[in-house]
Design a protein around this ligand. Structure first.
Ligand code: ATP
Ligand code: MG
Length: 366
């Protein structure tokens, strides 16, 4: 275990009865003081990972370490972890102060120390003066802050947040994203945040784990994952993508839609079947002659900052384009893109193989 790691999962599997594994041989390390996000569709195992870290459920096999110590058998109340639940799980019959003070009272802290700590925690989440308010008199966003104050007052080493923003409207949600990120930086505590919203994950995280069916498909920084998705699932889940089948003709040449294009990838086999991703914002509208692809505009929506066009090529592939230029429905246009806009994905590549290839590619660039 790396010395900057605070949590490590080693080959952790979680299975209920004879059902398929909910987590399937998952390994990862969490470094101290960073903001991590578990991202994936409903049922992929995000909450299960949090419950294993918090000690609310046991692994069927594998090892879980906290500060280099194996904690599989450590009871939940002995772990240096606090959880903020999706529904906040506040005590409705207690006021704001007592909700936050609850854990410290159980630990039998002195009254004056409790007063000081609770005030400090409420100040951190911008709720000065709300001490005597009843929970039912608080808005969704304020309740959310009480739940966070209740978690930080215990000064845990890690805070687990299970979709804490999903009950809020879009504007408040965006505000809270900033606040949470700020709070994490100020406190320096490790946050493990769960969401199925890819934009939220990209905006907030130092590191993202993309999960699918109980496995980690890819882990990395938001830009790594956005720019270099390992496979179709990740490319599709993170942001909008154009994904087509292709062939790696040779180094720096890839073929799709029946044509060959210059690209920046090398080190694959000649004529290896691959999949190609091009992001909608990397496609430029141009004249038919200047386009690398020729398409017909099927629909167009104005999205505020850009137009979103759905176009089709002669083979029936759909091409999504985000552009500040507009076109007309039914118009034939050209699409231009740089060689760097083509992301080549090998079929069935493991994360280790992928990382090695990416590393070699980055070195070649220097
Ligand atoms: N106690 C249980 N018994 C049996 N199966 C369970 C139990 N708890 C969870 N599961 C199953 O484990 C899988 C993963 O559940 P989990 O709650 O981790 O998903 P999630 O990624 O948090 O999903 P969501 O985004 O919907 O919250 C699901 O298929 C779920 O049905
Ligand atoms: Mg969940």
């Amino acid at each position: 275990m790396n010395s900057s790691s605070i949590i490590e999962f080693k080959n952790v599997t979680k299975q209920y009865d004879n059902d398929p594994a909910v987590l399937d041989n998952v390994s990862f390390e969490i470094e101290r003081g960073k903001f991590y996000t578990l991202l994936g569709p409903s049922g992929c195992g995000k909450t299960t990972i949090l419950r294993l870290i918090a000690g609310f459920t046991e692994a069927s096999s594998g090892d879980i370490f906290f500060n280099c110590e194996r904690i599989n058998d450590l009871p939940a109340n002995k772990r240096q972890v606090n959880t903020v639940f999706q529904d906040y799980a506040l005590f409705p019959h207690l006021n704001v102060f007592e909700n936050v003070a609850f854990g410290l009272r159980i630990k039998k802290w002195k009254k004056s120390d409790i007063d000081e700590k609770v005030k400090e925690a409420l100040h951190f989440v911008n709720l000065d003066g709300y001490e005597t308010r009843e929970i039912k008199e608080m808005s969704g966003g304020q309740r959310q802050r009480v739940a966070i104050a209740r978690a930080i007052v215990n000064e845990p080493e890690v805070i687990l947040l299970d979709e804490p923003l999903s009950a809020l409207d879009l504007k408040l949600r965006t505000e809270m994203q900033y606040e949470l990120r700020e709070l994490q930086r100020n406190l320096g505590i490790t946050f493990i945040f769960v969401t199925h919203d890819q934009e939220e994950a990209l905006a907030m995280s130092d590191e993202i784990f993309v999960l699918n069916k109980g496995k980690i498909e890819q882990s990395g920084s938001p830009t790594d994952i956005y720019d270099e998705p390992i496979n179709r699932f990740v490319a599709d889940f993170i942001g909008e993508s154009n994904i087509v089948k292709g062939t790696m003709v040779k180094d720096y040449v890839v073929q799709f839609t029946g044509k060959q294009f210059e690209c920046v990838d090398q080190g694959l086999n000649e004529n290896e079947p691959v999949e190609i991703v091009i992001r909608p914002e990397d496609l430029e509208i141009t004249t038919l002659e200047n386009g690398k692809l020729q398409v017909e505009v099927d629909s167009q929506l104005f999205r505020g900052v850009h137009y979103e066009l759905s176009c089709y090529d002669d083979d029936g592939n759909e091409w999504l384009v985000h552009s500040t230029k507009k076109a007309s429905v039914g118009e034939k246009i050209g699409l231009y893109f740089d060689p760097e806009a083509i992301h080549v994905m090998r079929l069935g590549e493991t994360e280790e193989e992928f990382d090695r290839r990416l590393e070699a590619y980055k070195e070649g660039d220097e």
